[in-house]
Design a protein around this ligand. Sequence first.
Ligand code: FAD
Ligand code: DHB
Length: 389
Amino acid sequence: MRTQVGIVGAGPAGLMLSHLLHRHGIDSVVVESRSREYVEHRLRAGVLEQGSVDLLRETGLGARLDREGMRHEGIELRFDGESHRVPMTELTGRAITVYGQQEVVKDMIAARLAAGGTILFEAPAERLSGLDSAPVIHFSRQGRREELHCDFVVGCDGYHGVSRPTVPDGVLTTYERTYPFAWLGVLAAAPPAVEELIYAHHERGFALYSMRSPQISRLYLQVPADEDIADWPDERIWAELRTRLETVPNWTLNEGPVLEKSITPLRSLVVEPMQWQRLYLAGDAVHIVPPTGAKGMNLALADVKLLGAAFAAWYADGSTHLLDDYSRTALRRVWRAQQFSWWMTSMLHRLNADDPYEAKLQSSTLRYVTTSRAYATSLAENYVGLPEV
Ligand code: FAD
Ligand code: DHB
C-alpha cells in the first residue's frame, strides 16, 4: 500500500489530521490497533476549548456539536464551604463546550468514511522503518503482515504507541512529573444537578462535577495512585462525592445508576523535539497533561492543525519552513498547557496530608483567584484556551 501521509492511531489527533489533509487534497491512511466500535465508545475527555470548537466548525464537523454540545460560560470553584463562579466569558469573551471525546471521534470517523478516506481498524502498527528517506509503517491485519509506504509518518498513537519509541536513544529529551494520586471517573444516569462544572477542593481530596447530556452526569474523585477500582462499590463512590461536593447550603447531588467507572493515573510529560527525520509526533504520543485543566484533547487538535498547514505548504510548493518550525511552535502551547494543568492540579488536590502549610497556601490561592479579577482572568483565559501562545 502507498499513501502520502501515513498516520498511526485513530484518536482525535490522527483522525483530525487525516480530515485536514483531505481538505488540502492530500492523501492519507490511518492505521488503528483497535476496532471502530472500541474507539467510538472509549470514554475520555469532555471539554472543548473555543479554538477546538472553531476548528471543528470551520472544517465541517460542527453540525452535531452545535446541536448536542453544551456551551458553558463559567465554572464553579468550591472550597472551604463556599462556592465561587469564575465568569469565563465575561472575563475573556470566549467559552468552552462540553461534548464527549467519543462523540468528536464518531463525527470524525463518519466524515472520513463519507469522503472515501481509509481508516484501517484492528491494524496495529508494529514498527516503522526508512524514516530518513522512504518511510514504511509495518502493521498487521487479520493475521497478515502488511506495509504502508508513505512520504511522511505522523505518530498519533498515544503514550503507549510504537512511534515515539522508534526514535533512537539520545535524540529525544523527556520532561516528566508523576503525582501520588489518580482520578476515579464515573459516568452516571443522573440528570446534572448544575449547569456548569464544579471543581471542588476538599480536605478529603478533589472532586469534579461534569456532565455529558441533560440526563448523564460525569463525576471524578481524587484517589490514591495505587487504588483498586474493586474497592469502590457504587455506594462508596456516591458517599464520597456527597462528602466532597455537598459542602454548601441547599445543594444536593443527583444520584443514579453508575454506567461506567475507571481509574486514571495523573501525570505530566513532554518529549522534545516532536519530530525526527520524516516522523512527526502529535497528541498524547509526545505530551500528557493531568486532566484538571481539561487540555489533553485540545492539545492533540492544536498539534495537528499546525501539521495540516505544514503538509499543505510542503505539497503545494515544497516549502519546508512550517514543517521545520512544527515542534518549536507546538511546544509553546504544550508548555502553556503543562503549566496551567500543573497549577490547577496543585491548587485543587489534596497534596501532602502531613503539610498543613501547603493546605493554607491552597486556600489562599483559591480565595485570591475567586476575588481578584486579574487572577480570575488568568485562570479563565487559559481554561478557554489562548488563541496565540
Ligand atoms: P489517543 O486518543 O490516545 O489516540 C491514540 C490512538 O492510537 C488510539 O486509538 C490507540 O488505540 C491507537 N494506537 C496505539 N498504539 C497503536 C499502534 N501500535 N498501532 C495503531 N494504533 C495504535 N483528558 C481530559 O482532558 N479529560 C479527561 O477526563 C481525560 N480522561 C482520560 C482518560 C484516559 C483513560 C486517557 C488515556 C486519557 C484521558 N484524557 C483526558 C486525555 C485525552 O483523552 C487525550 O489527551 C486524547 O485522547 C489525546 O488524543 P490522541 O489522539 O493524541 O491520543
Ligand atoms: C471533564 C474532564 C476533565 O478533565 C475536566 O477538567 C473537566 C471535565 C469531563 O470529562 O467532562
